[in-house]
Design a protein around this ligand. Structure first.
Ligand code: GLU
Length: 540
């Protein structure tokens, strides 16, 4: 028997690779166009790092006029969950990281690995014919024994070189065992010599050097499914990926992957290995953890009501630190106009900081119109907060509330997420404001003095029809009447000459009407509350 017959015995009725090579011709793309992908596994947990990968891959593809696709890697049957693929695709959809090709669209599919079995078999068959792969009959006990012997001899563990048992098995013997029904897997026959070094230029990490691979890794498992390594090489070859961006947990497999591309006669793509997102934990940094950190899950942002634009903006901040400066210089430009550069990604893990994320979110929300804030928060509240939804059900009034200090040069920046909106605006709703609550005042705390100030303001000065300047002048008159400076600077120049300044007086009115020392513009608040409600809040 020869290798071709052995291959036929293992993979009968499998098409020749030429069939697939013709079916998936090289992509006809303009010079410089790059093809990138993300290849998530449907494990039921969508990590924010996955979104990060998608964002940068899509960005590079778009910037170069190339292609971005999503491939679902579902060959690990143990980790796979029902609807996992759908959930991933929905998450990308929700974040507008829309692939050009994925499950259900594109000419290089199927884009889900479990539907590509015949393709993997075809390439494995070819490798057996060529003698670059072979069936291996070692049981797990055999492998344990090899590992034990290696440990005793103080040698590297693994299935390689002189330690292999099936690598040089005569073809007839292998065929005999297969016919006998002995269980087996398929291994790659590595031509590597670890005494030799290879050098590789990673698009992100720069030049890296490592020993050649000599491990005869498994390419087809006993369940007939391919391993990640094999599927990666076959798929990224057939799908025409030009830059493989992936997390740097894979960098140690790079010598193997480079070797496989070369042994299989495929053009090697470029690689860019991204550092993990890190979290500050006390004095040290660690990887953002799915177990410990709720913010590691994409679902967290949906539940918290952090707008997707904010999440993406923040991720871009982490991806390229110069994005922050660009954003300052171009506050109104769409993120798509930012020139992203894989080479500028950090090689040590970027710190993922929720405080910073919420700051970005405050900025993003500050630029939205009242109508946009209304629509987004209403959508969120409909699922997550019945009380907020009820408040917002009064659309006309809510639009006025949300319009306070919005749409001007210095918009309000106190809202970071929809889940904190209720707290930010509740006092504007009559039935959420209990005037009998004992409020905390700031500088002026004497209740008699407070009552006098309030009484005088509403009896002598307040007029709903006043414009902002008149309103403010009257606030100053009120200050003067009670021995407070009309201007802050006047008070600062002569602190002994006054009890305080106009700000202390307006704070009294502010707290009386809102229950808070800090709010957006009081004049606007009063305009929205309206006279009737203001007087209700004022008098006992
Ligand atoms: N399925 C692999 C993972 O989820 C993908 C790695 C890659 O992008 O090649 O880690």
């Amino acid at each position: 028997m020869d290798r071709k017959e052995l291959a036929e015995l293992i993979f009968p009725d499998i098409k020749d690779v030429s069939y697939y090579e013709e079916m998936y011709p090289e992509r006809n793309l303009p010079e410089g166009a790059q093809v990138l992908r993300v290849a998530p596994s449907p494990t039921g947990f969508i990590h924010v790092g996955g979104l990060f990968q998608g964002l940068i891959a899509k960005k590079v593809a778009n910037q170069t006029g190339g292609v971005f696709f999503v491939r679902i890697e579902d060959t690990d049957q143990k980790r796979k969950i029902e609807n996992g693929a759908e959930e991933i695709l929905n998450a990308f959809q929700e974040y507008d990281i829309i692939p050009d090709e994925t499950v259900g669209k594109g000419n290089y599919g199927p884009y889900i690995q479990s539907e590509r079995m015949d393709i993997y078999k075809s390439y494995a068959k070819k490798m057996i014919e060529e003698g670059t792969a072979y069936p291996c009959f070692c049981s797990s006990e055999d492998l344990d024994k090899i590992r034990e012997d290696q440990t005793k001899a103080q040698e590297r563990t693994g299935y390689y070189g002189k330690w292999t048992r099936c690598r040089n098995m005569p073809i007839d013997m292998a065929a005999e065992r297969i016919k006998n029904g002995d269980p087996y897997i398929i291994r790659f026959k590595s031509p590597g010599n670890p005494d030799k070094k290879i050098r590789h230029k990673d698009v992100i990490k720069g030049s890296i050097e490592f020993p050649e691979n000599d491990q005869d890794i498994v390419i087809i498992k006993s369940d007939g499914l391919p391993t990640y390594h094999f599927a990666h090489v076959v798929d990224d070859h057939l799908m025409g990926t030009t830059i493989v961006t992936r997390s740097d947990e894979w960098v140690s497999s790079l010598p193997l992957h480079l070797q496989m591309f070369s042994v299989m006669g495929f053009k090697t793509p470029k690689y860019g290995h991204t550092a993990p997102l890190m979290k500050q934990d006390g004095d040290s940094k660690r990887k953002l953890s799915k177990r410990k950190d709720p913010e590691a899950a994409v679902s967290y942002y949906t539940e918290e009501g952090i707008p997707k634009e904010a999440v993406k903006e923040y991720l871009m901040n982490i991806a390229n630190s110069n994005f922050e400066i660009w954003r300052k210089q171009n506050p109104d430009k769409d993120m798509s106009e930012f020139e992203f550069d894989l080479k500028k990604m950090g090689v040590s893990g970027a710190l993922f900081d929720m405080v910073k994320m919420l700051d970005v979110s405050k900025n993003v929300i500050s630029k939205l119109s009242a109508e946009e804030v209304y629509n987004e928060s209403y959508k969120w509240a409909s699922t997550y907060d019945a009380e907020l939804k009820e408040m917002l059900d009064d659309k006309e009034y809510s639009l006025k509330v949300l319009g306070i200090e919005r749409g001007n040069a210095k918009p309000r920046k106190d809202i970071a997420k929809w889940s904190s909106l209720k707290e930010s605006i509740s006092y504007m709703y009559p039935d959420k404001f209990d005037k009998n609550t004992v409020f905390e005042y700031q500088k002026i705390t004497d209740s008699d003095e407070i009552e006098k100030i309030v009484k005088s303001y509403f009896e002598k000065h307040y007029n709903e029809a006043d414009d902002k300047q008149t309103w403010f002048d009257k606030m100053k008159d009120l200050a003067e009447e009670f021995g407070y400076a009309r201007e802050v600077k006047e008070y600062k120049a002569n602190p002994d000459g006054f009890k305080g300044h106009v700000g202390d007086i307006s704070t009294v009115i502010r707290v009386k009407l809102t229950g808070r020392c800090n709010t957006p513009d009081l004049y606007e608040i009063m305009q929205v509350l309206g006279k009737e409600e203001i007087l209700r809040r004022t008098y006992k």
